[in-house]
Design a protein around this ligand. Sequence first.
Ligand code: SF4
Length: 240
Amino acid sequence: MTPTCEKIDELLDLVKQQQMFLEMFARSWVSDYRSSGGTVFCGKGCSNCCSLAVHTGFAEALAVARQLDDSQAEAVEAYAIKLRDLVQGVTELPEYLRLHRQQMGFCPLLNESGACSVYPVRPLSCRSLISTKESIWCGADFSQIAAAQRDAFIASLDRKVVAFPSHYVAVLQESGKELEETCAKRMRALFGFALYGNLGVLIHLIRSHGLDVACCSGAAACAEALVKSGFNHPLLVTIS
Ligand code: SF4
C-alpha cells in the first residue's frame, strides 16, 4: 500500500489499545454474567450478527484494510459497490438498515466456516455486540415477525443488562461507542477532522481510492476522493 503519514500510525496504536481493552472488558463481563446465572450465546461459527451493517471510525477500517489479501479485498470491493448502488436515493437511516439486512447478505469478511477472517483486528462495533439470546434473534428481521412472537421475545429480555428492546448487552455497546468517540476526538486533534463510515466502504476506499493518503492531505482531499469514487453518500461515509 502507499506510504502514509506518521499521524496515521499514532491512530492505529490507539485503536489497537482500545480493541484490547474492550476485549478484556467483554470477557470479564461475560464471565461475571455467566457466574450469576445469565446466559451469553456468542461463540465461534455463530455469525448471524455479521449480517448487520458495520460502521467504524477510519483507523479501525485502516487496520483491517492492511491485513487483507487480494481475494478478501475483491469480496470487499464487490460488497462496497453493491451497497453504493443500493443506497442511491435512500436518505433515512432505518431504510438503509432495512435494505442492508434484506439485500446485502453477510459481511464480506466472514469466511466459509462462518468465522470472522479478520478476527484479531475486527472493529469495536463487532466486539461490543454480545448476545443474551439465541443467534436466530441476531439475524431476525423484526419487520417480518408476527406481533405475538415479537412480544414474547421482548418479555423474555433481561432488562437489567440489555440495550432494550434489543438483546445485546448495553454496557458493552456503550463502551464500544465511547472508545470510538475517543478515537474520533484524537483524529480531529491530529488531522482537524474525523472520518466514520461503513466498514466495507472505508476499506474499499482505502485500498482502491487512496483514502488513507487523502487523509494525510486534509478533509478537502478526502471529500474529493469520496466524490471521485462515487461514495459521497452521508449514510456511507461522513467527514466531521
Ligand atoms: S468484521 Fe468480522 S465480526 Fe465484524 S461483521 Fe465482519 S465478519 Fe463479522
